[in-house]
Design a protein around this ligand. Structure first.
Ligand code: ADP
Ligand code: MG
Length: 636
């Protein structure tokens, strides 16, 4: 029989290196991982057997069996689930097929401590076997197939694959043999196995049995777990720890859930939901597929974790199970599409989850935890603001924002509106990628001077939902980089408020504006004075009806937009440079020097906006001429 030697995917090798050499304090979790996989395998076969009963006819009872051999220091974990054929062994146990892997591996640093915490978040699943074993043998037979296969590895770069010895192969399913390292001998101890299974795997619905022999050499069987689906048990009988372990199993997750929601819906449609809101972002949260991973069961039988209709994409961070009493058991995945029963369930799930989130959002004691939740999943919920009209109001209540006045804390729209200034009739916002950069935007100066709070929007999705939603709490959203600033109507906090404004509209500034317009021509849509600025001389804004500056840039980056619209150049009539230029224009009229200054003003505004200069050479030439002149006159 030929044996093939194959290399692990490079990412797996790196992972195994860390796994094998790190002093991971909780080595025992390897068993949880193997049992979790075995249970998934049983679930998959139970589903397949709904349409092809012959797959389980000979052995209808699912189980996961542990056997320990103290003397040989060997532990085996065997299941009679779906099994794997050759290709599946190579694919599943040679690569990391899970999505988000790229991001995960890119984050590995080589620093054992950091990498370990990362592995803690991502999980290494099957590969955790190499924490306790220096050799792992997997013999597996895919249900319904004749040939069994043997996979073997010492976890160092490569593995072998060969046809399995028929006498030594399971009839169906997978048997994993762990040749334990010296310091992992404890895992042949029955007492220890009992303890570990009880701690991490009690919720597994398939019986986990420990096979052994008594003193007389007679076969013995002991079931180590409760072996009933956790979600079917009464809430009061389930500990927080058990919920957490179940979450780890069902969500392939490793953090603590932020929320655990377990309920039974009764009435026209009956189902049980056990849903978790993670506390950390799963690695695949922003995969283009936007798929959720909640598992659909029908009367305890696993159907699929790809029932897209079960939850909206904007709730894809949820993990857990939904077990329907009404759907037919032989429901195919295709039948789930546009299924009215499923859409009823979906409505129920969304309502329930939003309700629970609302409770947390309103709970003063949960403020920090909610803020963490919002930072992790707010951008996903905001997708709901954009695409799901029916839940808009609830989502707006859940939404939190950092603002120019919040000092990094999160603020609700209700709070924002409650502290709006007298005369303020809009919710002001500014959007961009980076909060620190946004806070320095010149367009904010006037707002800051008046003490008007501005939302700092830094999620890409903000560009889409804000124009779609348009208003909240009866107030329109207004970008501070678009349209007129109309700050004069707002009663602010400035000390010099009493000062007459007429000076700003004086004839001198008027001539400067006229000069700028003629010089800059079609490079700008308009030139005007503004109250938006206090410190800076100039800024660019978009016209009222035009697209927001940041959105345009985003679309251009993604090549969704060919041409950007023209901006309005706003000048600060109180800025000393502007008043000096204005005086010069009034005294001398136009001239090449003033024209250069006009272009410099526009380029300065572009730089402040973070936009590339269309003609950097001309900019440099004008600037150096100006500096030379300045120096020359100073010397004279
Ligand atoms: P995960 O369980 O998160 O997918 P693992 O590393 O634990 O990641 O397992 C990788 C894959 O190997 C599983 O998705 C499954 O397809 C396959 N697998 C592992 N163990 C078994 C098993 N006992 N029976 C059948 N397939 C298995
Ligand atoms: Mg797994």
């Amino acid at each position: 029989m030929t044996e093939e030697k194959l290399s692990f995917q490079a990412e797996v090798s790196r992972l195994l290196d860390i796994v094998a050499h790190s002093l991971y304090s909780e080595k025992e979790v390897f068993l949880r991982e193997l049992v979790s996989n075995a249970s998934d395998a049983c679930d998959k076969l139970r589903y397949a057997a709904q349409t092809d009963g012959s797959l389980t006819a000979e052995d209808p009872e699912f189980r996961i069996a542990l056997t320990a051999d103290k003397d040989a220091r060997i532990l085996t974990v065997a299941d009679n689930g779906i099994g794997m054929n050759r290709d599946e062994l190579v694919e599943n146990l040679g690569t990391i097929a899970r999505s988000g892997t790229g991001a995960f591996v890119a984050n590995l640093t080589g620093d054992a401590k950091k990498d370990l915490s990362l592995i803690g978040q991502f999980g290494v699943g099957f590969y955790s076997a190499f924490m306790v074993a220096d050799k792992v043998t997997v013999v597996s037979r895919r249900a319904g197939e004749a040939q069994a296969w043997r996979w073997e590895s010492d976890g160092r770069g490569s593995f072998t694959i060969a046809e399995a010895d028929e006498a030594n192969a399971p009839k169906r399913g997978t048997r994993i043999t762990l040749h334990l390292k010296e310091d992992a001998a404890e895992f042949t101890d029955e007492y220890r196995l009992r303890e570990v299974v009880k701690r991490y795997s009690d919720h597994i619905a398939v019986p986990i049995v420990l096979l052994g022999k008594n003193e007389d050499g007679k076969e013995e069987k002991e079931t180590l777990n409760s072996a009933s689906a956790l979600w079917t048990r009464p809430r009061a009988s389930i500990t927080e720890e058990q919920y957490k372990e179940f979450y780890h199993h069902v969500g392939h997750a490793f953090d603590d859930p932020f929320l655990t929601i377990h309920w039974r819906a009764e009435g026209v449609i009956e189902y049980t939901g056990l849903l978790f809101v993670p506390s950390q972002r799963p690695f695949d949260l922003f995969d283009p597929g936007r798929k959720h991973r909640v598992k659909l069961y029908v009367r305890r039988v696993f159907i699929t974790d790809e029932a897209e209709e079960l939850l909206p994409s904007w709730m894809r961070f949820l993990r857990g199970v939904v077990d329907s009493e009404d759907l037919p058991l032989n429901v195919s995945r295709e039948m789930l599409q546009n299924n009215p029963m499923l859409s009823k369930i979906r409505q129920g799930l969304v309502k329930r989850v939003l309700g629970e989130l609302q409770k947390k959002a309103g709970d003063a004691e949960a403020k920090d935890a909610y803020a963490k939740f919002w930072d992790a999943f707010g951008p996903v919920l905001k997708e709901g603001l954009y695409e799901d009209f029916t839940h808009r109001d609830e989502l707006l209540k859940l939404a939190r924002f950092r603002t120019t006045a919040s000092n990094g804390e999160l603020v609700s729209l209700e709070e924002y509106v409650a502290r709006m200034k007298e005369g303020q009739d809009a919710i002001y916002y500014i959007s961009g990628e980076d909060r620190a950069a946004l806070e320095k935007s010149p367009q904010l100066e006037g707002f800051r001077a008046k003490g008007v709070e501005v939302l700092l929007l830094t999620d890409g999705i903000d560009e889409f939902w804000v124009p779609q939603v348009r208003e909240a709490n009866g107030k329109p959203f207004k970008s501070v980089t678009r349209g007129g600033a109309d700050l004069s109507r707002i009663k602010g906090e400035e000390k010099d408020e009493a000062k007459p404004e007429e000076k700003t509209e004086s004839g001198e500034v008027g001539s400067l504006v006229a000069l700028l317009k003629t010089t800059l021509g079609d490079q700008v849509k308009d030139v005007r004075t503004t109250e938006r600025l206090t410190d800076s001389a100039v800024c660019l804004v978009a016209d009222e009806g035009d697209m927001d500056i940041h959105l345009e840039r985003l679309l251009k980056q993604h090549r969704q937009l060919e041409q950007t619209s023209k901006r309005i150049l706003e000048i600060n009539p109180k800025h000393p440079m502007v008043t000096a230029l204005a005086a010069r224009v009034s005294a001398q009229g136009a001239g090449s020097e003033l024209e250069d200054a006009a272009w410099l003003l526009l380029d300065q505004a572009r730089i402040l906006e973070g936009e590339p200069l269309p003609d950097p050479v001309a900019f440099a030439r004008r600037l150096s001429q100006l500096v030379q002149k300045g120096l020359g006159s100073a010397a004279a």
